[in-house]
Design a protein around this ligand. Structure first.
Ligand code: 7ML
Ligand code: ZN
Length: 954
């Protein structure tokens, strides 16, 4: 790639006769573009065809939901032929196209990007580039077509140069694809939108030795040795699908095989493809897959629908995994596990992600999205399904706590910042930026609320109707809600606001009790802060699960005024107005209310509970979530108090009531150990940051550490005893009981390591050296990495020496150092970017080192000097040239700059401005940076300075 800065440069370029692609963005030709800045050309060897015409940007507008129109043409069948070559792969596409009636006379406009178009024929007649069609950087337009015809298109693509990891690319010497959301258009020209569903036949030709495994969607129908060192495989997928679900894999991979017999007796082959040396790390993923298949049959009545289910693990992947029909492609981090290489948390994540992708086969593939504004239709629902699966696999309480933690630390923050958007967004500039925690996690909460409101049986009826009514269709979130309504005879029109209004509602609950009349009143008020583009909100329809507890913690009957009898246990109140009063009668003693049980709605709850009431709930509430929540509120109050006090006062002792409740929980025998560990885990710094205005990350960090230390000092003996009681006996196993034991033991260790006590440190080193499983080893190493001692250096070096050949374990080594609280961490992170094993091309490695530092180490990242912000910007700009999606995620960290105190605000803003001013910025990063700053791009106006994501390479 070369940058040309002057007219002379350009003229000499044009004289060379080389083909070029202009990545500048001016509508008015080269000379005026030169005046605004400089040009970026991709130069190819002479004689090669021009691949992409120069692009006029400034046309990069937002796409709006209100502009949705059904497609003019449908594509019934697709025959794809691939001739695999890393340098240049030939793609032959034969499309059976049908006009939809009203389309008569309208041009056919296919999507396509960075494609080298070789030829195009309509019903067998070769089209003439000068008069039959037009090509620009994003489309192929054929002005005149008949009502029904066959189009044959030959293109050439360049997988080895594809660093964006969208479309067809190479990972570890193997070919793989990622097409969601708009990657298919980087493979061939197509109607690349989810409401165009076609049947696919895929033929792959490749070198037999280098690529013995050739895979695509559906069922294998043919394998032929071509005799010239190449072979050919053909796959037919009988289910119509959108292009984003297409997949192809070619490579030299080991296949781990198993089988599942469906409820109706059909056998399904299960094939897991991994690099040969990883064949011993597939057992857990395979077991998880079978568990998920069975669960979907039992809980949702959904069976698998092909003869074969394939999973391929690749090391280079932008996201977690992808649900391509019959051929899931996974980030290897969500497949590979062995006790000595993966932690309990990794095992759990694998189980969840495997289930998530499997569940998409119905919620996503059989019933798909009409357009990308409906993304939460498949993602919110599927996250809900994987959450329920996780809850059934381990303990419901622990699973709920984990899911709520994710929601509150990430989604609530997103909802409170400049990137806030509804679960069903109204517009986007780059769809890849809308795979957000709002679409996924809040989307799942919205589905969960539907279940709360209509009950488990009604919810299942609604889901059955949805799958039956829309099988094979591309539909909307509205269709989903309609099925829930129709199956249950309820009206959910107000509930639909959860899809269209952004922002986290605040619910204030006040209470009053009159002993003489036995009347207990809950006064509930809801408000919702304004979000970008939505200054005012309508009141939401909120399910509010509550119970009233007597002084022993028993649930009292809740009987609302006008009812004949009460309900014992949890009761779901339905809040619809801005303000509502719920009057409970026959309440014989003043109760302690247990509010928002199970986190029945994604809201911020404000109540006037006292600390002693919270301590009571922490010890007595029958709802495990509420018990945990009471502890979190107490701890958060304590830490926030400390963080906002002056230094002198910050050594005050802990509230003894809290310490007692903490000690009692440690010793509790009515909670399982995993739950005890959750309850005793202090709220994270990022969750606390959401509660502090303005945020001072250093003060929060110091306050949290000081509470940890005080608790460790006061409870040293108890913590040591619980640690010793839970040291593993016998072999390692990942059953929930053993996992719980390890998490409690390692929590005790992390508290004890706050004491700077040689005895404890020796214990920790012992656990590191003798640990027979990665959970224990990592827990010990994490504690050591936070302490400036010689044991730290030795342990990190030993770990590196042992695991340098295992990329996923090496990622842990990078991440651990990036999240160390020690003051020299940024310097160490910078040094690690020069480590021979570090590369900006691998998203997992970038997330391990750079992502962990910027999101998992608030105190160091937000250093008052601003050095963390400058580091982020430096790295993001470099990554943007390779992989805009990964860069955009990183830049998103700066979006919350307005939440910090003035000095940090200015420093963060400066880096955002610097990013925005950088030349040749991707559309992905531009959208995030401009929306973060609240500038014009946020409204989707045209602007300059943006290039297309491209395969620029010199
Ligand atoms: C969520 C995924 C993507 C992006 C996976 C990519 C997916 C899109 C894909 C929960 C569990 C596992 C993965 C993901 C996730 C962000 C998150 N369709 O299946 O949603
Ligand atoms: Zn998904």
């Amino acid at each position: 790639m070369q940058v040309w800065r002057s007219i002379d440069d350009v003229s000499s370029l044009l004289r060379t006769g080389l083909a070029w692609t202009c990545y500048s963005d001016c509508d008015y030709g080269i000379t005026s573009t030169l005046r605004c800045g400089f040009l970026i050309f991709q130069v190819q060897p002479a004689g090669k065809r021009l691949m992409t015409a120069s692009r006029a940007a400034g046309k990069e507008r937002a796409v709006y939901l209100k502009d949705y129109r059904p497609p003019d043409y449908r594509i019934d069948h697709v025959h794809l032929g691939f001739s695999m070559d890393e340098e240049s792969t030939q793609v032959h596409a034969r499309l059976d196209v049908v006009g939809n009636g009203v389309s008569l006379g309208r041009p056919l406009v296919l999507d396509g990007r960075e494609l080298d178009l070789k030829s195009i024929a309509l019903d067998g007649r070769r089209l003439n580039p000068r008069k039959d069609y037009r090509v620009d950087a994003e489309h192929l337009t054929i002005p005149r077509v008949p009502g029904r015809f066959t189009l044959e298109i030959e293109t050439e693509i360049h997988p080895r140069n594809n660093t964006t990891l969208m479309g067809l690319y190479v990972s570890g010497g193997n070919f793989c694809t990622q097409c969601e959301a708009e990657g298919f258009r980087k493979i061939t020209y197509f109607l690349d939108r989810p409401d165009v569903m076609a049947r696919y036949t895929t033929t792959i030709v490749a070198d037999k030795l280098r690529y013995p495994v050739l895979l695509s969607n559906g069922n294998p129908v043919e394998r032929v040795d071509l005799g010239d060192g190449r072979h050919r495989a053909t796959w037919v997928d009988p289910h119509p699908k959108p292009s984003y679900l297409f997949a192809l894999v070619a490579g030299d991979l080991a296949c781990v095989e198993d089988q599942f017999v469906t409820r109706s007796g059909r056998p399904v082959l299960l094939h897991m493809y991994v690099q040969h040396h990883n064949a011993d790390k597939c057992g857990h993923a395979m077991a998880s897959l079978k568990k998920a298949m069975q669960w979907d049959e039992c809980v949702f009545g959904r069976e698998y629908d092909l003869d074969i289910y394939q999973i391929v693990a690749v090391d280079d992947f932008n996201m977690g995994a992808m649900e391509n029909k019959g051929l899931n492609v996974f980030n290897s981090v969500y497949v590979l596990a062995r006790p000595d290489t993966a932690t309990d948390a990794d095992y759990q994540a694998i189980e969840r992600v495997i289930a998530h992708e499997y569940f998409h086969n119905w919620s996503g593939n059989r019933v798909t999205c009409r357009d990308w504004f409906q993304l939460s239709l498949k993602e919110g629902f599927t996250v809900f399904r994987d959450q329920e699966f996780g809850a059934d696999a381990t303990s419901r309480g622990v699973a709920r706590v984990q899911d709520v933690n994710v929601l509150r630390t990430h989604q609530f923050r997103e909802d409170a910042g400049p990137m806030a958007h509804p679960v069903r967004p109204e517009s986007y500039v780059e769809i890849n930026n809308f795979y957000t925690t709002t679409v996924y996690n809040k989307g799942a909460e919205v589905v969960r609320m539907l279940k709360e409101l209509i009950g488990a049986d009604g919810f299942r009826r609604g889901a059955d109707l949805y799958f039956e009514r829309h099988d094979g269709q591309a539909v909307t979130t509205d269709d989903f809600v309609k099925s829930m309504e129709d199956a249950n005879g309820v009206n959910l029109s107000q509930f639909r606001l959860w899809y269209s209004q952004a922002g986290t509602p605040q619910v204030h609950i006040g209470r009053a009790y009159d002993a003489r009349s036995g009347i207990y009143i809950l006064h509930v008020r809801q408000t919702c802060p304004s979000t970008p583009g939505q200054p005012r909100k309508e009141p939401f329809h909120i399910p509010l699960a509550i119970a009233l507890l007597d002084d022993e913690g028993r649930e009292l009957p809740v009987r609302l005024m006008g009812e004949h009898s009460g309900v014992v246990g949890t009761r779901v109140l339905q809040l619809r107005q801005t303000e509502e009063t719920f009057v409970c009668v026959s309440v014989l003693q003043e109760p302690v209310p247990s509010l928002l049980r199970g986190f029945s709605a994604p809201v911020r709850l404000q109540s006037d509970l006292s600390d002693s009431e919270r301590c009571f709930l922490l010890g007595r509430d029958g709802d495990p979530f509420s018990r945990w929540e009471a502890g979190q509120q107490l701890a958060a109050g304590l830490i926030l108090n400390l963080a906002t006090q002056s230094r002198k006062q910050s050594t005050q002792p802990l509230n003894p009531q809290f310490v007692d409740a903490f000690r009692a929980t440690l010793r509790s025998n009515d909670l399982d150990k995993a739950m005890i560990a959750q309850v005793l885990t202090l709220p994270s710094e990022s969750y606390l940051a959401d509660l502090m205005v303005p945020v001072d990350p250093q003060a929060l960090h110091d306050a949290r550490v000081s509470v940890l230390r005080s608790l460790a000092q006061t409870l040293r003996d108890d913590l040591l005893a619980v640690y010793r009681d839970n040291v593993g006996r016998g072999g390692y196993s990942v059953d929930p009981e053993s996992v719980g034991r390890r998490s409690l033991k390692n929590l005790c260790l992390s508290y004890l390591m706050e004491l700077d006590d040689p005895e404890v440190r020796a214990m920790c080193v012992g656990q590191f050296q003798r640990g027979d499983n990665m959970t224990d080893v990592m827990a010990a190493l994490r504690a050591l990495a936070n302490n400036d001692c010689h044991e730290r250096r030795d342990a990190l070096a030993a770990f590196h020496k042992k695991w340098q050949g295992e990329p996923l374990v090496l990622d842990k080594w990078f991440a651990l150092q990036a999240t160390s609280r020690l003051p020299q961490t940024l310097a160490e992170v910078k040094a690690l970017t020069r480590h021979p094993a570090f590369t900006l091309k691998n998203p997992n490695r970038v997330r391990a080192l750079i992502g962990s530092f910027c999101t998992g180490n608030p105190a160091r990242f937000h250093d008052r000097s601003g050095s963390g912000y400058a580091f982020l910007a430096d790295q993001a700009l470099k990554i943007d040239r390779l992989n805009p999606q990964v860069a955009a995620r990183l830049v998103g960290v700066l979006s919350l700059w307005r939440k910090y105190e003035a000095r940090r605000q200015a420093l963060m803003k400066r880096q955002l401005e610097r990013i925005l001013a950088a030349p040749a910025l991707s559309r992905d990063v531009h959208e995030i940076a401009s929306k973060s700053l609240g500038s014009a791009g946020a409204k989707g106006k045209g602007r300059g300075g943006v290039r297309r994501r491209s395969r620029r390479r010199s």
